[in-house]
Design a protein around this ligand. Structure first.
Ligand SMILES: *Cc1c(COP(=O)(O)O)cnc(C)c1O
Length: 353
């Protein structure tokens, strides 16, 4: 079969391969805990489920506007103004099939063949693949453990070429747990403005932070920054709604309209009654986020203690998200090899009793 070149260049997900191996071992009766894929294990809060059920009973089962339910777009714009100090209105907002889809729509609407997108590394695996699917070239900037896996403004400046179209910022970050401080965000924004490039701010983990660190949305810094910012977010991580597939992007109206046009010819609207669950998530008071955070904070401590007790492994204390990014350099192993050995060695020890 002759598949399209665009899909042949996309590698399969390594995370999913490790997850599949762990799942296979579990099915074979081996006692394994999988720490591969990033998904909260909590159920969606009841008040959100109840709102979606009510919407179903009220007949919210039909096609809706491609950009999303007007009430949800309004609720998202209100949230972004109040919580993030981002001057957006409902026509700046598109509701998408998860945060991942908002980023995909963006790449398709913004990136042209020849365009470069700057991706600080380590990165979420989908960023470069989306850039490539749009015909662009991902440009990786290596960050280091010593700098907490954060890109400096100098590094950003050095990576910019006449072809640079977009800088992909993710704070709190997957997979490193790094959170850029407000000062660091401001310094990056200065480079973005003076270099006349776009920035997409993936804020999917904005609520998952520890030790009182702050989150600053880059678009909140100044109107000149907001004019070249796309803010991407969603409900999956903050409200344990991974399977609902509701996310959103906010940005200049012209760009949001372009993304809506694409969506109108591909996925149409997001599941209508799921959007009503999302409205409740934003509008009804709840302590669900705080409860989840308390659990994550305990797990982070347990995990860090475990990792730090193993000779040869090092990791910075993650300030956000729910990942621990381990430096295995001293083991001399490649990451997949390391994961394989971890699974195999543990199995071996257990079977020996
Ligand atoms: C989980 C995740 C997303 C989006 O997830 P959706 O389920 O599509 O909303 C986006 N960016 C990062 C870095 C993520 O980890």
């Amino acid at each position: 079969m002759q598949l399209a070149a665009r899909i042949q260049q996309v590698p399969p997900s390594v995370t999913l391969a490790i997850a599949a191996k762990a799942k296979e071992m579990k099915a074979a009766g081996v006692d394994v805990c999988s720490f591969s894929a990033g998904e909260p294990d909590f159920d969606t809060p009841d008040y959100i489920k109840a709102a979606a059920k009510r919407a179903l009973d009220r007949g919210k089962t039909r096609y809706g506007p491609a950009a999303g339910e007007p009430q949800l777009r309004e609720a998202i714009a209100n949230k972004l103004r109040q919580e993030n100090q981002l001057d957006y209105h409902s026509d700046n907002v598109i509701v998408t099939n998860g945060g991942k889809h908002s980023l995909y729509n963006l790449m398709m609407a913004l990136i042209e063949p020849g365009d470069e997108a700057i991706v600080p590394s380590p990165y979420w695996l989908s960023y470069p693949e989306m850039v490539k699917l749009a015909g662009g070239t991902p440009v990786f900037v290596e960050t280091s453990r010593e700098w907490g896996y954060k890109m400096t403004p100098q590094q950003l400046k050095q990576a910019i070429t006449p072809q640079t179209k977009l800088f992909i910022l993710n704070s709190p970050a997957n997979p490193t747990g790094a959170v850029y401080s407000p000062g660091e965000i401001r310094a990056l924004a200065e480079v973005v403005v003076e270099s006349d490039i776009w920035v997409v701010s993936d804020e999917i983990y904005e609520k998952i932070r520890y030790d009182g660190v702050e989150h600053l949305s880059i678009g909140a810094i100044a109107p000149v920054v907001l004019a070249r910012t796309i803010t991407s977010n969603g409900f999956a991580k903050s409200f344990s709604m991974t399977g609902w597939r509701v996310g959103y992007a906010a940005g200049p109206v012209e760009l949001i309209n372009a993304m809506t046009k694409l969506q109108s010819h591909s996925t149409s609207n997001i599941c209508t009654f799921a959007q009503f669950g999302a409205i409740a998530a934003l509008e009804e008071p709840s302590t669900c986020v705080e409860e989840m955070l308390t659990a994550f904070a305990v797990r982070r401590r347990v995990m860090l203690e475990a990792v730090q007790s193993i000779a040869g492994l090092r990791c910075p204390v993650p300030q956000g998200a729910f990942y621990v990014f381990i430096d295995i350099g001293e083991t001399g192993l490649k990451s997949v090899e390391f994961c394989d050995r971890l699974l195999e060695a543990t199995r071996w020890r257990r079977f020996r009793g």
